[in-house]
Write a protein that binds this ligand. Sequence first.
Ligand SMILES: [Ca+2]
Ligand SMILES: [Ca+2]
Ligand SMILES: [Ca+2]
Length: 354
Amino acid sequence: MTSECFIMRSRKGRVMKKLVMFSLIVGLIGWFLPAPGWTAQDQVKPPLEKPLPVRPPVTIDRFGPKDGGATCTTAPTINIPADLDYHDTGTTCGKGHNYDDSPCTTDFDGGEDAIYELNVTTPGMYPITATPENGGSWVGFMVTDNCPDQSGAQCVGNAGGSSSASADVTFPSAGTYFLQIDTWPSPDCSDYSLDITSAIPPPANDDCANATVINSLPFTDTIDTSAATTADDPSTDCGSTNTPTQSHSVWYSYTAAASGYLDIELCGSSYDTVLEVWTGSCGAYTALSPAQCNDDDSTYCSKSRQSALHGVPIMAGTTYLIEAMSYGSGDGGTLQISVAFNTVPVELMQFDLQ
Ligand SMILES: [Ca+2]
Ligand SMILES: [Ca+2]
Ligand SMILES: [Ca+2]
């Protein structure tokens, strides 16, 4: 290598070193210089996040789909049987002590009350239960055929208890009724649940059109009339004259094989009965002359409220309709009926024996 070449290489090396140093300095200055538009606040800004969607406030329906109303005019409607089986939760607290003289004459109307309107399209017997909830107690219910503060409102059914109130309530006809849920203070009010379930089927011979046919005598039958109704029943010639009159009726029919007399007894029944015999046809009832109707028999029945008819005159070929009822707004129960035939009235037979 010549000395000139050595000098040339030495100069190139120094130039390269200077270029490298310059590049490093420029890079460091660029690193620390702020970007255009930079402010000091940018340095403390949190990282951008996607905003949460705005949701409507959630309402918790603590007291079920309807809850009772404070008064009859604000009462929600329960359609019977369309809304069955019906379940609701509610409270009487805060609804006011608006009704305290229920026609059901119970002490379970002394607290605050919640009211439901019952729109009954199919009469019959429906189980109703009111149960205290959330630590409540002594809840009762009363069903009436009008708002309980209206003159002439009648009790249709009621129940009460410390832990539950249940009753099979019979709606005698289609129409509007009111259900009052209340307490026997204390407590003055309570949360509750309400259940109304499907109708208990009535006995097969509930209606005259489905009367049990008596083919031969003597005849006996025992049935439960608790769920029997009074649809299309005639006005009776004896028994209660109050409203409602007789209830829980069942029907038997007998076409007389021979002329003579019928002896009919309901003596073994478990409830206060009423008995009448008709001719004609269902819906076009004709009372016998004189009317054959009995409320309380003291000659043949050992109990005090059961019914009997002896010596009912019958003519061969004529169909007789026998109607057995529960007195007034009674509950019905176990009916025991016996029908016998005599050629002479029992009274005359007894007379002959004397
Ligand atoms: Ca009350
Ligand atoms: Ca009936
Ligand atoms: Ca009676």
